[in-house]
Design a protein around this ligand. Structure first.
Ligand SMILES: [Zn+2]
Length: 199
């Protein structure tokens, strides 16, 4: 990978042999491996038996999980907050595991919509809850840095299954608990305009 990055620097009009760039290929390689380490991660290994049988059927919410991902159209970051909620049927998942599971999917080349769905599907498949909801709010540097539709560089996506899909009351309770920024007048218009891979 390092040779390709040296070539890339040269293509950009840089001198890969100047002092400041000498170790850049090595750093970029290491950085990219970390930022895409989700491909090699194993959901079951991360879970590591952190599923517990309980008699509890109230909503469980983990909100404001910081995440960082890379847009697959431009290889530029998008990042923000992820909120995960589910209603247990017979099992709960260790709370500290949820941010780590978000990272498994965020550390890949992604689009925000798919990332949101993958997290929701994983909770549905592994925990078999009565319902699961995932909302992600993110800023896309591929939009804001490139000066494309700056006002739409903030995007909100959601995935709902089970009770969250079927019951408006459950859904509203969740949205109220996470105090979604897009619920603020004037911000809602920004919803659903994630990077569209236009250019
Ligand atoms: Zn993009």
């Amino acid at each position: 990978m390092q040779e390709i990055i040296r070539q890339l620097l040269a293509e950009l009009g840089e001198d890969p042999s100047r002092e400041g760039l000498l170790d850049t290929p090595k750093r970029v390689e290491k950085s990219l491996h970390f930022l895409t380490s989700g491909y090699a991660a194993d959901v079951d290994a991360v879970l590591n038996n952190a599923l517990f049988t309980v008699d509890y059927n109230e909503m469980v919410i983990v909100k404001d999980i910081d995440f960082y991902s890379l847009c697959e159209h431009h290889l530029l970051p998008f990042f923000g907050k992820c909120h995960v909620a589910y209603i247990p049927s017979t099992r709960v998942i260790g709370l500290s595991k949820i941010p780590r599971l978000v990272d498994v999917f965020a550390r890949r080349l992604q689009v925000q919509e798919r990332l949101t769905n993958q997290i929701a599907d994983m909770v549905r498949d592994k925990v078999a809850p009565l319902g699961v909801a995932v909302v992600m709010e993110a800023t896309h540097l591929c939009m804001s840095m490139r000066g494309v539709e700056k006002q739409n560089s903030f995007a909100v996506t959601s995935a709902m299954h089970g009770a969250f899909r079927d019951s408006a009351r459950t859904r509203m309770e969740f949205l109220e608990l996470i105090k979604l920024r897009s619920a603020v007048p004037g911000v809602r218009e920004a919803a659903a305009y994630a990077c569209v891979g236009d250019e």
